[in-house]
Ligand binder design. Structure first.
Ligand code: ADP
Ligand code: MG
Length: 482
């Protein structure tokens, strides 16, 4: 969940922690689909970390556009291709495209899951699916709020002796004096002591830009006034300009939540009876106590529908991504079929590397991709293809620079060749060990020798299975059985 203000467009916070920028995962190098305005792969535009797989990328781009235009609800896309051909990478790229939050884009939720997540001891399979479905449906709520906004010029806590304290020397806060300044004027507010907790929670100090909601007393710290900006490079602060207009004004506040956020927030024993969107929202962030029931979901749906009719809220369907979809069983597929028919359905993107294979839970029925034909019939299918050596080399080069490794060109070509005969993943995985070997030889650049050395140390999946098969043929049994 995030709160954004309609007035200020820059809402995404840069990560301030240095450590965070060094954490690298398998898809860190991917920032988007890398398409031009026409939705085509174009050498002239930033490829966002992706290489090749042109048709699949363009197809995914089209899906992103359809999501943005809200034209594809209830439909589903299936990415099929051998392991390591970028299916998950493409889904991550779509997530990045959908998550963009600026003046031209509304962020659409993207909820990734792996099919095997449905198998849990505590929760029903369909319950897990439903939860993820609702995590992929966003709601944008616009409210006009009466607020006091400005730079804090004074923050004084007035204390009085507490007449109730036994010793007679206890003190309580009688009120809080808060001075706020905007470009247009200043105002001094005398506030109820309860506001002190909210101010402390946001750690508000003099010089911060804050706003206070007039009717709820909720305090939001927007950032530090830019007149306090320093010239230090390493700063954990967001500097914001002095607000325009009066201190006391109406402000449009935009809040993005998912249906699941609302479900979870309201799955509490005490919240019963009639709900309105404000109480539904207000319960967010409180700890979850009871299970989310179907009844609760229906109630939330009703509230949501009512607020959409009133124009307060707008539905923002996103994408539910189910990786390794062949792990789902018959029951889940049937459920999926039904969920896709609902009018509150996100776009579903599935991925699998299976060909014709039995459906899980129904070993006698073989089906393409392990998906029942009736679901298959609803899907738009996008194939991904194995990479050529040049593309491998490009991906490896991107990975090397993401991991801040230096590799010489021969080594890169050698690694790409190995990638073609083994797999892309294996080649990518050799990068870091090769770098370590290079370092032990006192070099910072990875050479062919380093790559060969680590390649000798490890086996890739294909060689390992070949070795097992050879051994089995020679001994008439498996290598590891006596
Ligand atoms: N076209 C591509 N451009 C850049 N990186 C890629 C591309 N395709 C795959 N990768 C990277 O290669 C690795 C394996 O791809 P992955 O998406 O996990 O394969 P799959 O899901 O098809 O098995 C990942 O680290 C991924 O980010
Ligand atoms: Mg994958």
């Amino acid at each position: 969940m995030s709160t954004t203000e309609a007035e200020s467009s820059s809402t995404s916070k840069p990560t301030s922690s240095v450590a965070a920028s060094h954490r690298i995962s398998v898809h860190t190098h991917i920032h988007g689909l890398g398409l031009n305005d026409e939705g085509e792969v174009d050498p002239g535009v930033n490829s966002c970390g992706l290489t090749g797989q042109v048709l699949a990328r363009q197809a995914c781009g089209l899906v992103v556009d359809l999501v943005a235009m809200q034209q594809l609800a209830g439909r589903a896309l299936l990415l099929v291709g051998p392991p390591g051909t970028g299916k998950t990478a493409l889904a991550m790229a779509m997530a990045q495209e959908l998550g963009r939050n600026d003046s031209q884009h509304t962020p659409h939720p993207f909820c990734p899951m792996v099919a095997s997540q449905v198998y849990s001891k505590e929760v029903k399979k369909t319950e897990v699916l439903m939860e993820h479905f609702r995590k992929a449906i966003g709601l944008r709520i616009r409210e006009e709020k009466e607020v006091y906004e400005g730079e804090v010029t004074e923050l004084t806590v007035e204390e009085t002796n507490d007449p109730l304290a036994a010793s007679g020397i206890g003190k309580t806060i009688s009120h809080v004096i808060l001075g706020l300044k905007t470009a247009k004027g200043t105002k001094t507010l005398k506030l109820d002591p309860t506001i002190y907790d909210s101010l402390a929670k946001e750690s508000v100090t003099v010089g911060d830009i804050i706003y206070i909601e007039a009717n709820s007393g909720a305090v939001k710290r927007v950032g530090r006034s830019d007149s306090f900006a320093t010239e230090f490079d390493l700063e954990a602060e967001d500097y914001v300009p002095l607000p325009k207009g009066d201190v006391h004004k109406k402000k449009q506040v935009v809040q993005d939540v998912t249906l699941h956020d609302l479900d979870a927030a309201n799955a509490q024993p005490q919240s019963s009876g009639s709900r309105d969107v404000m109480s539904v929202l207000a319960s967010m962030g409180k700890p979850k106590k009871t299970e989310i029931t179907d009844k609760l979901r229906q109630e939330i749906n009703k509230v949501v529908n009512r607020y959409m009719d009133q124009g307060v809220a707008e539905l923002v369907p996103g994408v539910l991504f189910i990786d390794e979809v062949h792990m789902l069983d018959m029951e889940c597929f049937t459920y999926l079929n039904r969920a896709l028919e609902s009018d509150l359905s996100p776009i579903v993107v599935l991925a699998t590397n299976r060909g014709v294979t039995p459906i899980r839970g129904a070993p006698e029925t073989k089906s393409p991709h392990g998906i029942p034909v009736d679901l298959l019939d609803r899907l738009l299918i996008v194939p991904t293809y194995p990479y050529e050596k040049d593309e491998m080399a490009q991906i490896l080069a991107i990975r090397a620079s993401t991991e801040q490794l230096v590799i010489d060109d021969d080594a890169l070509q050698h690694l790409a060749e190995r990638g073609v005969t083994t797999s892309l993943r294996y080649a990518v995985q050799l990068l870091t060990p090769a770098h370590i070997v290079a370092e032990t030889h006192g070099r910072s650049k990875i050479t062919v020798a380093d790559v060969q050395q680590v390649d000798d140390l490890f086996l890739d999946g294909k060689s390992s299975s070949q070795r097992l098969m050879l051994a089995a043929a020679a001994t008439g049994g498996s290598l590891y059985m006596t």
